[in-house]
Design a protein around this ligand. Structure first.
Ligand SMILES: *Cc1c(COP(=O)(O)O)cnc(C)c1O
Length: 457
């Protein structure tokens, strides 16, 4: 491989919109709108995404364009107008930033499950780089991975990209991660997330992961890496300077007995059409890494059953295992992307029925909210009432998992907090226990849990 000819990633941020060659063909007014929106919502795109993944003849409808470029509709009309007015009269940076902060505050930058509330306490000290919400799984946010190669316009971690300190789960010290894991034998899965951890250089990633091969981490069976890089910067795996070192690290972890699961964030089959993406998939699989895929269902991007069916089919063809279809979270530009839960479920069902059993490993549509991951299993009529049939795929108390429960059918509801229990019940079956968990705090893995188990049946 001739390293010198390897194209380096070139990223463009909001201030560099005008330097993106492909945007030259776009109208002045639309570029202005992008600048206005990008002063509120985070924006970053790389040249590979611009060059290879967007069909510029189909802009603005192109799904990847919608996924990375700011659109006017992402802000409320009135807020857009206020911000546009500042730009038109050439307002100072400080004034623009002040309005941006005000608008962001109204966009629910701290959705449930993303708050410091779930950060475990360790040795009386805040362990800010870890989130231990489910018994067997710990999320790890390396400080070096707090960004992405390109930002997705719907991102639920958007606040960390605009420097909201409170949401920076930065972990400064790998030894603290290791100490926490050594002390928590119930944890079988470590999930490295971000931002995108593949933004980190191999050397840094190795510092976190290689130590897990030591015997005191035998209980950690699985290392998951959540990333969009497989399709937004596939060069990371095949031709970047440290791509070979990365492959060697993964191989060592696999040979050492870990299951290395690459959780690829994948919205659209288009992302898998380039040669380099296919080579990246092959390379990971050659290292013994399993690739699973997950993505939200988004209006303007993939709100179409045929798109999902094709995306899942192509994944299975390449050896990627479909894992989750998510419902977009209640944050950021949600209004632009959101779909009624009833519609999300319809898309899931119409997609899943088109594919073979091998692609039916995808679960969803699923909402990651405070009590856990809630899946919409269907709409049914029970005792004369139209209801959503729901279940927990993941739950704050594992005893709630897979227990069917019912919410009143609501054709307009787009998120869990809009649902009310069916059959006139006052609350869902888990709510009093959830209150208990939330007051006790995050150290749930201790004796109190046996108690909670007993009462949940
Ligand atoms: C989804 C999720 C996990 C992983 O759950 P799995 O069902 O095992 O994939 C872990 N932590 C949080 C906060 C999550 O949202």
């Amino acid at each position: 491989m001739i390293q010198a000819s390897t194209p380096r990633l070139r990223a463009y941020s909001a201030g560099q919109l005008e330097q993106i060659p492909q945007l030259a063909g776009i109208g002045h007014e639309q570029r202005f709108e992008m600048r206005v929106v990008a002063s509120v919502l985070p924006f970053r795109v790389n040249d590979y995404v611009c060059r290879e993944l967007i069909d510029w003849d189909r802009v603005p409808e192109d799904p990847i364009f919608q996924l990375v470029f700011p659109q006017r509709g992402m802000l409320a009309a009135e807020e857009f107008e206020r911000m546009a007015a500042l730009h038109r009269r050439g307002a100072e940076r400080g004034e623009i930033d002040a309005l941006a902060r005000e608008i962001r505050a109204g966009l629910n930058p701290h959705p449930a499950g993303q708050q410091a509330l779930n950060v475990p306490v360790f040795d009386g000290d805040r362990l800010t780089g870890l989130q231990h919400k489910y018994r067997e799984t710990v999320l790890f946010f390396p400080s070096q991975g707090q960004t992405c190669h390109s930002f997705c316009t719907f991102c639920f971690r958007w606040a960390q990209f605009i420097g909201d300190r409170e949401l920076k789960f930065a972990e400064r010290d790998a030894t603290r991660l290791h100490a926490y894991l050594a002390d928590h034998r119930e944890v079988s899965d470590v999930l490295v997330t971000g931002g995108d951890p593949m933004v980190m250089r191999t050397k840094v990633l190795r510092g976190y992961l290689e130590a897990l091969l030591a015997p005191e981490f035998d209980h950690v069976r699985t290392i998951r890496i959540g990333s969009k890089a497989l399709t937004f910067w596939p060069q990371r795996f095949v031709s970047d300077e440290d791509a070979d070192d990365l492959a060697a690290l993964f191989e060592r972890l696999v040979r050492g007995g870990k299951h290395v699961a690459f959780m690829a964030h994948l919205e659209h089959w288009r992302e898998l059409e380039t040669d380099v993406a296919v080579r990246a998939v092959r390379r990971l699989r050659d290292c013994g890494v399993a690739i699973r895929s997950q993505a939200p269902v988004l209006r303007h991007v993939n709100d179409c059953a045929d798109t999902w069916a094709r995306t899942w089919r192509e994944q299975v063809q390449l050896g990627i295992v479909p894992y989750y279809m998510f419902v977009e979270r209640d944050t950021g530009a949600r209004g632009y992307f959101e779909l009624p839960l009833a519609r999300a479920h319809e898309i899931y069902r119409d997609a899943i029925k088109q594919v073979s059993g091998l692609a039916r490993t995808a679960r969803g549509p699923s909402m990651s909210c405070g009590p856990g991951k809630v899946e919409i299993q269907g709409v049914a009529e029970v005792a004369g009432e139209e209801v959503f049939v729901l279940r927990f795929i993941q739950a704050r108390d594992p005893a709630w998992t897979n227990r069917p429960f019912f919410a009143k059918f609501d054709p307009r509801a787009t998120w869990f907090d809009e649902l009310v229990p069916a059959f006139g019940e006052r609350e869902f079956f888990f709510e009093s226990q959830l209150r208990e968990i939330e007051t006790v705090g995050v150290r749930r893995s201790e004796p109190a849990r046996g108690h909670a188990h007993a009462r949940s049946h």
